[in-house]
Design a protein around this ligand. Structure first.
Ligand code: WCA
Length: 353
């Protein structure tokens, strides 16, 4: 149970950013038809997924023509590093401005991303760009996939709680589009063309930032024997997505118990939450989550709206959902939830101001 005497971490200045290229779902569907229609016998059966994905637009750091060409891992990753740092800089500067803070007040950075590789890591690259302090603590986080938004915030909150008065910059960026491989004719790859987009988010986390949203508690659960549900297969031309068609079924079968353990530990009930802000992995994942949370179909309006406007931007997406909820003036207790490789569920209770 949460220790009522411990300092509470707050998240302030939450800012989101997208790259410039807009992908319209109808245009993506048309291009995917050109690319896969001749080569994949079952493509006609897959055509409806573009509409059923409930996505209208997504953002991309490369123009749509890029997706029709073949690219090596190195070229993709160069694009990843350049665009990830640009987007993070935009989001981080926005977060500092909103929180009325300056770069030299940042004591540490948690930088979350799983869609590319950078060593020195993105936080070190941003340090040069933004003239961040030289004694800053750095925590790059790779591998949490879509769970990285909620669990990254949890890690930043944990650091803040252990160092009251220090300020941590949470950075999340995913450029999912860059992992698309035009010569991969698997169904998963086709489904991925209907779902994934690019985006970034940044926020400041600290026990002294009392104007922001308060992190009440968090938890995670990694299920046994589920390593094959989500992940990357590393190939010569990049990161090939593994995501099981059974994810919605897993959610229905297992998520309720994991959530129940977290709520019981914290002395909370579903009735204590005014809002449910989930990572929108896909339309069918949201259908399953709404059942688990006891909501009417479509009840997670903010998750669905973000999915429609931005697609699935992996870890960044849930922070877009929180931003949208706060922009709409929602306040009170919200349950954030997500799923990522492991196969892992992440939960976080956030009290919106
Ligand atoms: C809205 C969808 C996309 C389409 O719905 P639908 O049009 O009713 O289509 P179906 O669900 O019936 O699927 C059509 C066909 O595609 C197949 N399929 C259906 N998902 C699959 C499948 N993941 N594999 C491989 N065949 C499939 C499905 O079996 C079926 O095949 P077939 O029976 O032969 O007609 C719906 O499937 C949906 O919401 N699915 C949930 C998506 C989902 O699991 N999202 C959470 C995972 S997110 C994730 O893992 C992130 C990875 C990631 C990726 C990139 C990054 O850079 C970063 C991260």
């Amino acid at each position: 149970m949460t220790d009522t005497n411990r300092p509470v971490a707050h998240m302030a200045g939450l800012t989101v950013a997208n790259p410039d290229h807009v992908l319209e779902q109808a245009e993506v569907a048309r291009r995917a038809g050109e690319l896969f229609g001749g080569a994949l016998a079952s493509f006609d059966r897959l055509r409806p997924v573009y509409e059923n994905a409930a996505i209208d637009t997504r953002y991309s750091c490369v123009p749509i023509d890029w997706y029709q060409e073949a690219h090596g891992f190195g070229a993709r990753n160069d694009l990843y590093i350049r665009n990830a740092v640009d987007l993070l800089e935009k989001a981080a500067r926005g977060a500092l401005e909103k929180a009325e803070m300056t770069a030299d007040q940042i004591d540490g950075v948690v930088a979350v991303s799983t869609s590319g590789i950078a060593t020195p890591s993105l936080d070190a690259l941003l340090m040069e760009r933004m003239n961040l302090r030289r004694d800053m603590q750095r925590l790059p986080v790779f591998g949490l996939g879509c769970a990285g938004g909620v669990l990254g915030l949890a890690r930043a909150a944990q650091m803040a709680m252990s160092q009251p008065g220090k300020t941590y910059l949470l950075l999340v960026v995913e450029l999912c589009g860059l992992t698309f491989r035009s010569r991969d004719y698997s169904k998963s790859n086709v489904i991925a063309t209907a779902l994934f987009g690019d985006g970034a988010a940044a926020a400041l986390v600290g026990t002294h930032l009392t104007s922001g949203a308060a992190v009440h508690s968090f938890a995670e659960h990694t299920w046994r024997d589920t390593l094959d549900v989500m992940g990357w297969d590393v190939t010569d031309d990049g990161l090939s997505v593994i995501f099981s068609r059974d994810i919605p079924t897993h959610v229905r079968a297992r998520m309720g118990a994991a959530l129940g353990s977290y709520l019981a530990r914290e002395g909370l009930n579903l009735d204590d939450f005014r809002h449910f802000l989930s990572h929108p992995g896909g339309a069918k994942v949201l259908d399953a989550l709404e059942e688990i949370f006891g909501l009417a179909p479509g009840g997670m309006a903010h998750s669905r709206r973000v999915l429609a406007q931005f697609g699935n931007m992996s870890a960044a997406t849930v922070l877009f959902v929180v931003r949208a909820a706060m922009d709409d003036g929602l306040h009170g207790r919200a349950l954030l939830s997500t799923l990522g490789p492991g196969f892992t569920a992440g939960f976080l209770t956030l009290d919106l101001p």
